[in-house]
Design a protein around this ligand. Structure first.
Ligand code: F3S
Length: 396
């Protein structure tokens, strides 16, 4: 693998132990996947932030490298943490958990990572351009960046994303290379998608059937950004999908249009989406409804506020989002409407990376295919998976 003089210096330890270890990890990764060289990146998004996920070993590792002088070289955003970093007490999080979570946040801050605590960095100040090379690690953000924006990133793990941030580079393989972005299967959607949950159901189904191929999707009518983030999030959760193309919608679909004639075609029917709903619904009555997976946009929060206006909730309802979007929601009066009904706009965390099982919840209502896929395993939850209006009807 070719390394520039600067990269050789990093590898030889001239820039310190942490840079050397990080470069070693990147070179090893590159060798495994047959990369020819390193490529400079413009931004990083780092997962593995919740104390629930990384525990004491991960926390101590981050503190150790921060103390040894680890610093990021490019704009680096953080994935959601295990709790709302401001309102954790009101939401019922445990003091010890909070203390440990703040150690992780402090270590990242010391390294120069922006404490964005969100899986939708593209909505709040980290928007890559078309064809820009980046190293992101949260799978829904990876799928959105590659597919909807046309930026280039592999699905990085937490450690490789952090190493890329420290070195400002990533090995050139996988989805950084044109040829690997070509579609490998055609998906013909013959089902009506009328709610954002339908996009989650479709994404879940596609993740299961396309395996390691890049899907080229046709038949979806004019989806918005929120629908596409729901689709990609679910696809990345149920399968390894890091990129999809959508006819007439995503930027690279046109580039590959001459190649689609040879592709195997898989048809997706209404009946199959119904089966996804049946499979993902493992519970009946939610103890709590949690929306915002991937993190809610301001538009999605506005819709929840409108639905809850003048209503009273009998059970808790959270809308998870980033701190920046929450501040906009406060300013617009959406948060007040949601709180008046008994709900909450929760920032910095989500239903999967927060220890909701320790807060006493056993059945969670969601409108996200990704959350529905992860909640049973990550949080020991039964799931009620349906559209926003139906979920609200269950808790008023
Ligand atoms: Fe984001 Fe959490 Fe869903 S990190 S994509 S809200 S599982």
């Amino acid at each position: 693998m070719y390394l520039t003089k600067e990269e050789e210096r990093m590898l030889s330890g001239e820039e310190g132990e942490v840079v050397q270890r990080s470069m070693r990890l990147l070179v090893r990764l590159g060798e495994i996947y047959g990369a020819d060289r390193m490529i400079p990146i413009r931004s990083v998004q780092i997962a593995g932030v919740s104390y629930k996920s990384i525990g004491d070993p991960g926390t101590e590792y981050l503190e150790d490298i921060a103390k040894k002088g680890a610093r990021v070289r490019v704009t680096s955003f953080l994935n959601p943490a295990g709790m709302d970093l401001a309102d954790w007490r009101i939401l019922g999080f445990d003091e010890t958990f909070a203390k440990n979570q703040m150690r992780i946040i402090d270590a990242f801050r010391e390294m120069g990572v922006i404490i964005s605590a969100t899986c939708t960095p593209y909505l709040v100040g980290n928007l890559p351009r078309f064809r820009e090379h980046i190293a992101w690690s949260e799978s829904s953000a990876v799928c959105f960046a590659n597919s909807v924006i046309g930026a280039r990133t592999n699905r990085e793990g937490g450690p490789s994303a952090l190493a890329a941030a420290i070195c400002g580079r990533t090995p050139n393989y996988g989805l950084h290379i044109d040829e690997n972005r070509a579609p490998g299967v055609m998906i013909s959607v013959e089902a009506e998608l009328s709610d954002i949950a339908d996009y989650g159901a479709l994404g879940y189904h596609l993740g299961k059937i396309v395996k390691n191929r890049v899907p080229y999707i046709r038949g979806v009518q004019n989806p918005g950004t929120d629908e596409l983030k729901a689709l990609g999030g679910a696809m990345a959760a149920s399968g390894g999908v890091g990129l999809y193309h959508m006819e007439g919608c995503t930027p690279e679909a046109q580039i590959f249009s001459s190649r689609i004639k040879e592709l195997e075609v898989i048809h997706v029917s209404q009946e199959e989406l119904k089966e996804v709903y049946a499979k993902l619904n493992t519970g009946t009555e939610p103890d709590i409804v949690i929306l915002g997976c991937p993190h809610a946009s301001l538009g999605e929060i506005a819709e929840v506020a409108k639905e809850l206006d003048g209503k009273k909730l009998k059970k808790p309802l959270w809308v998870c989002t980033s701190r920046i979007i929450k501040e906009a929601s406060d300013r617009m009066g959406f948060t007040e409407k949601i709180e008046n009904a008994g709900g909450r706009v929760v920032a910095d965390t989500c239903m999967v990376v927060a220890p909701i099982e320790d807060l006493g919840y056993r059945t969670t209502g969601v409108n996200s295919g990704k959350a529905a896929a992860y909640l049973p395993g990550f949080c020991k939850q039964k799931v009620v998976f349906q559209g926003l209006k139906g979920l609200i009807r269950r808790v008023i």
